[in-house]
Design a protein around this ligand. Structure first.
Ligand code: FAD
Length: 572
């Protein structure tokens, strides 16, 4: 099996590795690579499985060349003899849901490859695992059928541990090496941007020192590797009655690959803090494993019920309430899970991305991010839910360091190359982050004699006295003529909620005028509600201006000509 992925945030890559592990257990020889690393020459021996996502309509960074290549080919026999299946990872809140995997699937079929198994579609805004399972549960059957090989019904290794942990005497250990893409960056500033006493919420301005030679442009992201909090890791050590300072060595006893540092001494505390996600929702497979390890009849019965078709079962109790493996093993205390098996059920700790909110021209050697701190009543009803990375960053004291790397945006989310191109920026809340970088850069250009084209920022928050982040700086940008600012406050007025889309409509003549002068619209922030509302408003403005009643979408046209640039993510 050749398993190829297109992945920016790591989900498709993780799934590919899971498939490869399972394949090994089932006796298949398998290889995993990114689509671009492997390239567009696909083998006619064995099968090709492609797991891929879409970002605002674009392919992941490591699938760009592959997609360009297969969409520019035409020969109906190009991939004759290639046998494949595609699994798409997406989020249906986005209009471009599944665009890239669907394109790959259709192109391969059109170029003569044989689809040997249905196309899979996982939807992160709903039951992702359910969608994945639909594809995955029958995958091995389809492969066996295609290659005329027998299938083993045995679910090998489900209850056997994949690791053996050996305890050692306590000793002081060197920290684990961090993957080479990360740089150690010293935190220079960490400041609150909201009036927390009034808003009850927190947004942090975090500045880090860049290592020598590392540069960035406004529009880039910083990928930050977090650590799990002590509160979380202590819950694990309590459940397994472990001393966090215990030194262990992990050896692999089962088949498959792993992200854990094998054959390396590490304390349990570091293992839990630096290697694994502890707050991911438990999958159905996890629940099945826990049920298999529970003998106590009432607890086993409830775990098995979670796996039933009952609508109050897995979807309500686990998925929608976001219960984790840790939540479940605390609740089902009779589950006889070993610590090694627990580790096997957890995904690797992944970086979180933050729009860089500064300009290097203004801040030599420094980069800032603007972090909205996720601290809300937990959906499972147990206290507060504290997001891993935002709370980790929130608590970082100046002088300490973080591991991070610079990541360019997937789309052309950059200030226009020509200073004569006017821009419209739409960025409510932390969506303003990249625009702070844009504005600092424009200010620097102005201070250095450039005559800049028009710029308008639509900024929104709840209340001007509560969560208006960077308020004074914005006033200064406007005073200096760096940009015009139009604000929308959703909770300032008891009778009328105003959002950025309302202000865009109110200022439709200005928006139209800028776009008729060849302007570019940039939009950043909540991709599930705000961006679709803005898109709808812009389409309405176009129809009014052009006096048409058809369903023609102006925004779709703007996207094609790169005049509508998005940097959006799912809000909570
Ligand atoms: P996590 O520990 O990852 O938790 C998030 C998960 O918790 C989600 O699955 C969510 O569904 C779930 N959840 C939410 N509320 C609850 C609840 N009440 N109970 C239980 N579970 C809940 N963020 C910024 O602040 N600033 C930026 O500039 C920025 N830029 C971004 C750019 C990109 C391209 C992307 C993809 C994201 C960006 N984000 C930004 C979001 C950021 O990357 C993180 O997702 C965010 O900080 C939350 O991460 P966390 O580790 O704190 O939360």
């Amino acid at each position: 099996l050749l398993i190829l992925y297109g992945s920016n945030m790591g989900t498709s890559e993780e799934i590919s590795n899971q498939i490869a592990n399972e394949a090994l257990k089932k006796g298949y020889k398998s290889r995993v690579s990114s689509l671009d690393e492997h390239g567009d020459v696909l083998p006619v021996e064995g099968a090709v499985l492609i797991v891929c996502s879409t970002y605002n309509g674009n392919p992941p960074d490591n699938a760009v060349k592959f997609l360009n290549s297969i969409t520019s080919r035409t020969g109906a026999d190009t991939y004759k003899g290639v046998r494949y299946s595609v699994m798409g990872c997406g989020n249906s809140d986005w209009k471009t849901f599944q665009l890239v995997p669907r394109t790959i699937d259709e192109q391969l079929a059109g170029l003569g490859a044989k689809r040997i198994h249905i196309k899979g579609e996982g939807d992160a805004s709903g039951d992702f695992e359910g969608g994945f399972d639909q594809w995955y549960s029958s995958l091995w059957g389809s492969l066996a059928h295609e290659f005329s090989i027998g299938i083993s019904e045995q679910d090998a290794g489900e209850t056997m541990d994949m690791f053996r942990l050996t305890n050692f005497e306590k000793e002081t250990l060197q920290p684990l090496p961090v993957p080479a893409i990360y740089h150690q960056m010293t935190v220079l500033k960490n400041e609150e941007l909201q009036q927390v006493a009034l808003s009850g919420r927190s947004t942090r301005h975090v500045e880090v020192a860049l290592p020598a030679g590392l540069s960035y442009q406004p529009g880039d992201h910083l990928g930050v590797l977090p650590c799990n909090s002590e509160t979380l890791t202590a819950r694990v050590t309590r459940r397994f009655l472990l001393d966090p300072a215990t030194v262990v060595l992990i050896e692999k006893t089962g088949t498959g690959t792993t992200f854990y540092p094998l054959d390396t001494k590490i304390t349990i505390e570091h293992l839990l803090r630096d290697c694994v996600e502890l707050q991911e929702v438990a999958t159905r497979k996890n629940v099945k494993t826990l049920a298999g390890l529970t003998i106590c009849p009432p607890e086993k019965k409830k775990l098995e019920w979670l796996l039933s078709e009952d609508e109050n079962g897995y979807v309500k109790y686990v998925l929608e309430s976001r219960r984790t493996v840790l939540d479940l093993i605390e609740e089902f205390a009779a589950c006889e899970i070993t610590f090694a098996k627990f580790l096997e059920l957890l995904p690797p700790l992944r970086p979180r991305y933050y729009s860089i909110s500064s300009s290097q021209k203004q801040n030599e050697g420094i980069c800032s991010i603007t972090v909205s701190v996720l601290d809300l009543p937990a959906r499972n009803g147990n206290g507060q839910y504290l997001g891993t990375c935002s709370n980790y960053l929130s608590g970082k004291i100046p002088g300490t360091s973080v591991f991070a790397y610079r990541k360019p945006p997937v789309s052309a989310f950059r200030l226009p190359a020509s200073i004569e191109t006017p821009i419209i920026m739409i960025g409510p809340g932390t969506g303003f982050a990249p625009f702070r970088g844009f504005l600092e850069e424009r200010k620097w250009l102005m201070d250095n004699g450039a005559g800049l084209a028009e710029s308008v920022l639509f900024y929104g928050c709840r209340h001007p006295e509560q969560d208006y982040i960077y308020k004074d700086e914005l006033a200064e940008f406007e005073r200096r003529g760096v940009t015009k600012i139009i604000t929308a406050f959703s909770r300032a007025n008891a009778t009328q909620k105003e959002y950025v889309q309302h202000k865009i409509y109110q200022h439709k003549n200005l928006v139209w005028q800028i776009m008729m002068q060849g302007g570019i619209i940039f939009i950043c922030g909540d991709g599930s509600r705000m961006e679709p509302d803005v898109r709808h408003t812009l389409d309405t403005i176009y129809r009014e201006k052009m006096n048409i009643t058809t369903s023609f979408s102006w925004v779709d046209e703007l996207i094609k000509t790169q005049k509508y640039q998005t940097d959006v993510w799912a809000s909570f």
